[in-house]
Ligand binder design. Structure first.
Ligand SMILES: [Zn+2]
Length: 1030
């Protein structure tokens, strides 16, 4: 160590590129079976650590909780269907987009050969879909289940297809003639599903057997745009008017399968919006299926956690494990414990029992909740999770009313609400001491390129502003968070910014092999107190290193330094690391360029997703043990090994942001938005999550930004409002229909103000011995979230081909089981989809085509590793948008309206050269301009006279003072809101080269470099189903 004044430039020297890497060692993160303990401090094992006795047999059937649980989620809410008229008003979103560096093709190849189109057409000749508007999935079963939403204009409608049972490539043999459907067809809309089913919908007669619907067009016709495109059939906003007039076509002979006649994600989303949007959704019934994640509604906690916190793959669990195996539907919950709650919903109540602490079951340690049943005049209560009968602590006693409910039922959040918080007592704190408030440490890579391109200056300038907005407790005036600053290249520079200094002081640590913290006093400071010293420092940093020509960087020592600083200060915290290059300097965690495209499509491809050295593994473990969360802003201009660099951010609940080939004028807005958002977002530190379940099942697997030292405690250095943990459940006994399946998620954490708290979410699910009930209660968006995370976890260990096959097989299996056990009798050749899974095939196909599971030449290894990591912590809303992007027609905007235009399906056939379309997937936004876009729109949006004049180099739209511009910018801002990543905008002109990238997001089409079209995939799945049924 050397100690120098702040002006001293550290002695730089060139280091040699690398040697001596540890072999990849991977695979135990997040694996509950991993039993190793991190060195050093452990999380308190007390209150949360006490394990429930596993697999207890139920004693007494647990009586229903204090609430009257409804059955089957029937929850009538007679809402009139709502339309989504036109556009709204607001400001710009200023997103940006990480270039995929598409290769140099200037004219793009046809995505699908004509031959395959023709072949598909002939194969599908006899395929038709009977979108029945009335048949219940459970028909014909003993005790047909009630429709999910009684009284709602949304009857469960299995989609029934009569396909040829062949997939694309094989010759069209053995086409089954369409069986006679016993079910009348309902209104046939443009998007193929029975529409929002207006109350007065007239059912159409079923199509005549042997005929197919609609005139249709090839789903693959897309290779060239233009007249043959969907033309007049485009699904524009208003494309879902309420009448049967929108039939895809009269029943008549048709050559090809009409894409309009296969289930449409847009129609499913719009139907749910029409029936449930804008309504109050009360969580008072057990097993209730919530509105889709794409539907806006007001959630009212009446005893179960809001779906904003917990969503499940199904809200009705099978009673036995045999039944679960039969259906192969994953039983999982996607939990976002710190989800943002809109201002019109009630924030969580805080319960404070003083020194008594929370009331908990003596046996399983579950927290007091609505599932506890009070008995014996209120002196005792029976635990809903383990059935243990507990004494009510004297301080907590209350009399019961005539229905056995405590008199204070509605006065105590923990008795009547699904979600609430407890103030934790000292027992819940490390070393039984109240925690210190967290700290934020900003760590800036000041190597040559970052100084040269102005990035360091940009970061320093921005910090002066964002530090004013450090998060604080609502009742506090200023933030309790302390801040610290480190810069680095191949050595580390710590800064003393103590408030009484006239100038900041720099301490250089050159021994990166064993980093230590050279100063304690003055490193972590209160921003308000040290503001002038900090501003002084931020002004000087860019100049301090202006003459440096150091190219090499370290990385692991940077994290180590931050963690050691937090450890020394005895507080949790978050590191904000701004980094650009592969860390090749001699130090722990040094990396080499091992990117190898030759591994693609081999059994060794998984290596590309694994970290290069186990240094980051153990570093992550240490960070979690000390409540050190790492957020990484990456600015790579070439391969930087995201799989290695991103590991610590992922496992510590941090976020990875990546800006490829960062250019100041193009990308700074996106980066600054991300930085601001990340600093300000709601976050809990030093967290342990524990999932408790009622008897008969338990949590077996966990996915997310988590770390596990044993099979039950989910440790998180931090968890913010955007991060979700997906939990899989398995049976270990029978579940009883009357008591249902109860889940309690408890997160012990430290607030930004330094309070130790417990956040509790409770959810009750139904149980049934009828498969039909299970299928009826599924949520496809949550299923896809689960499948994506389990598949993306598996890529570390298994060949991608195997994973893709497993996904296809499981999809087919789930649907075959439904077909066999739940659907009404019909010809074996029919494809019948449960209402709740109508869009499972299209979403599953999107997952299969994602670049993580299917490599594409233009997508870099780092980008794949990046996307893999992002998805692992996504909640349901984010994964839905990520896998099936939102595509909005802009040319039909109603500038007087405040609603978003209705989305259209992600297929080239839905575009038109007269149109302008906006596509967003949560990371990127594209504004696609047809060659014949209306000049007045072009003028309105870009303030240029014609298509040819548009400059596509912009990443924000100009502020043009007219309604088109304002409305479009407002729409973009609405889409951006609530999303964790700032989306980069790319302007794409039809028939120009960047369109190649855009087209990868048209996920219903066949991929340019592989990946089936939706239609092809549906045929493939159907073939699998037929084989399973035989
Ligand atoms: Zn218990």
């Amino acid at each position: 160590m050397s100690q120098q004044g702040y002006v001293a430039t550290p002695p730089y020297s060139q280091s040699q590129p690398g040697i001596g890497l540890s072999p990849p060692h991977y695979g135990h993160y997040g694996d509950p079976s991993h039993a190793g303990s991190p060195p050093g401090m452990m999380k308190p094992a007390g209150p949360l650590g006490a394990a429930a006795p596993g697999g207890m047999s139920p004693q007494v059937p647990s009586p229903p909780g204090p609430h009257q649980f409804g059955q089957n989620g029937a929850h009538p809410q007679g809402h009139p269907p709502q339309r989504f008229p036109g556009p709204p008003p607001v400001n710009s979103a200023a997103p940006s987009y990480a270039p995929y560096s598409p290769s140099t093709q200037s004219s793009y190849p046809s995505p699908a050969s004509t031959a395959s189109v023709t072949q598909l057409a002939s194969q599908l000749n006899a395929m038709h879909i009977n979108s029945s508007g009335m048949a219940l999935p459970g028909q014909g079963l003993p005790g047909p289940p009630a429709p999910l939403f009684q009284g709602l204009p949304r009857p469960p409608q299995p989609s029934i297809m009569q396909p040829g049972s062949q997939v694309l490539p094989p010759p069209p043999t053995a086409l089954n003639g369409p069986g006679v459907s016993p079910l009348p067809s309902s209104t046939h809309r443009q998007d193929g599903l029975p529409g929002p089913a207006p109350l007065n919908a007239q059912y159409q007669p079923p199509p005549i057997p042997g005929q197919t619907l609609g005139t249709g067009y090839s789903p693959q016709q897309a290779a060239s745009y233009g007249p043959q495109m969907a033309g007049g059939q485009l699904s524009y906003p208003g494309g879902f008017p309420g009448g049967p007039a929108q039939m895809a076509g009269p029943p008549q002979l048709q050559k090809k399968l009409d894409p309009d006649s296969i289930p449409s994600p847009i129609q499913v989303i719009e139907n749910d919006r029409a029936t449930r949007g804008g309504q109050v959704y009360a969580t008072n019934s057990r097993g209730q299926v919530p509105p889709l994640v794409t539907t806006d509604c007001v959630i009212q906690d009446q005893g179960n956690a809001s779906p904003r916190y917990i969503r499940c793959t199904t809200y009705c669990f099978p009673c036995t494990s045999d039944m679960a195996k039969q259906a192969q539907i994953p039983l999982a919950a996607v939990i976002k414990p710190f989800a943002t709650i809109p201002s019109n919903e009630t924030p969580l109540y805080l319960v404070n029992h003083g020194e008594n602490g929370p009331v908990r079951c003596n046996r399983c340690k579950a927290y007091m909740c609505p599932f506890m049943q009070f008995i014996e005049g209120g002196r005792r209560y029976q635990c809903g999770f383990c059935n243990c009968v507990n004494d009510v602590p004297p301080f907590y006693f209350q009399h019961l009313d005539h229905i056995g409910r405590r008199l204070d039922h509605y006065e105590k959040p923990e008795l009547s609400l699904g979600s609430y918080e407890y103030v934790a007592t000292l027992d819940y704190c490390r070393k039984n001491k109240p925690p210190n408030p967290p700290a934020f440490i900003f760590m800036i890579d000041v190597s040559y390129s970052n100084i040269k391109n102005g990035l360091v200056k940009l970061i320093c300038e921005e910090l002066k502003t964002v530090l004013e907005k450090l998060p604080k407790e609502e009742q506090e005036e200023t933030s309790a968070i302390r801040v610290g600053f480190i810069t680095y290249n191949k050595v580390l520079h710590f800064f003393n910014v103590k408030s009484n200094l006239a100038q900041p002081q720099m301490m250089v640590v050159t021994d990166v092999g064993e980093v230590f913290v050279p100063l304690l006093d003055g490193f972590l400071v209160n921003y308000q107190e040290s503001q002038s010293v900090i501003h002084n420092l931020l002004d000087q940093i860019p100049e301090m290193f202006a003459d440096s020509n150091e190219n090499e960087t370290v990385f692991a020592p940077v994290i180590q330094a931050g963690m050691e600083a937090l450890k020394a200060a005895d507080c949790p915290g978050k590191l904000f690391i701004f980094h650009s290059s592969l860390p090749t300097a001699e130090a722990p965690g040094k990396l080499k360029n091992r990117d190898d495209k030759k591994l693609i499509n081999t059994d060794k491809e998984k290596v590309l997703f694994q970290p290069q050295t186990n240094v980051y593994d153990s570093l992550a473990k240490d960070c979690v043990a000390h409540g050190c969360c790492v957020t990484l802003f990456l600015f790579p201009s070439q391969y930087v090994d995201v799989a290695s660099l991103g590991l610590v951010p992922q496992l510590t609940g941090g976020t990875l942001y990546k800006y490829n080939n960062f250019q100041m004028h193009m990308d700074s807005q996106q980066f600054l938005n991300d930085l601001r958002n990340d600093i300000e977002k709601k976050i809990g530190f030093d967290a342990i999550m524990r999932i408790r379940t009622s008897t008969g099942f338990r949590a077996t697997d966990f996915f997310g930004g988590i770390f596990m030292n044993n099979t039950t405690d989910v440790e998180m250095a931090a968890i913010d409002c955007d991060k979700a943990v997906t939990v899989e459940f398995k049976h270990d006994d029978k579940l009883a229909e009357d008591s249902g399946a109860l889940i309690q998620c408890a997160v012990l954490y430290t607030t930004i103000g330094g309070q130790r708290r417990l956040r509790i979410h409770n959810l009750s699910l139904n149980c049934s011995s009828q498969l039909a009930d299970l299928y009826k209660s599924c949520e496809t968006d949550a299923l896809i979230n689960f499948f994506a995370k389990s598949a993306f976890k598996a890529v570390l260990h298994q060949p991608l081909k195997v994973i893709r096959e497993i996904l296809v097989n499981q999809t087919a299996h789930m649907l075959a089981c439904y077909r066999k056990n739940c659907a009404s009798p019909s010809a074996a050749s029919q494809l019948i989809l449960p209402d709740s899974m109508k869009v499972l095939p299209v979403y599953m196909n999107c997952l299969l085509k994602n670049c993580v599971l299917l490599s594409r030449p233009e997508i870099s290894t780092d980008e794949r590793a990046y996307q893999r990591q992002l998805v692992m912590t996504m909640g349901v809303a984010d994964s839905q948008l990520f896998f099936y992007p939102q595509l909005l027609p802009i040319h039909t905007l109603d500038v007087k309206s405040t609603a978003l235009p209705t989305a259209i399906r992600c297929s080239e056939s839905r575009l038109s050269e007269e149109g302008i379309f906006l596509l967003a997937n949560g990371l990127n936004m594209f504004l696609w301009l047809g060659v014949s876009s209306p000049p007045e729109l072009i003028q309105g949006i870009f303030n240029v006279p014609s298509f040819a004049h548009i400059n596509t180099d912009m990443t924000t739209l100009p502020e043009v003072g007219n309604p088109y511009s304002q409305t479009l910018r407002m729409i973009m801002s609405i889409i951006q809101q609530k999303r964790p990543y700032s989306m980069k905008l790319t302007i794409v002109k039809q028939r120009e080269q960047p369109e190649m990238v855009f087209r990868q997001f048209l996920v219903e089409d066949k991929g340019l470099y592989g990946g089936s079209s939706y239609v092809d995939f549906l045929c493939c799945v159907h073939k699998e189903i037929c084989q399973l049924l035989n």
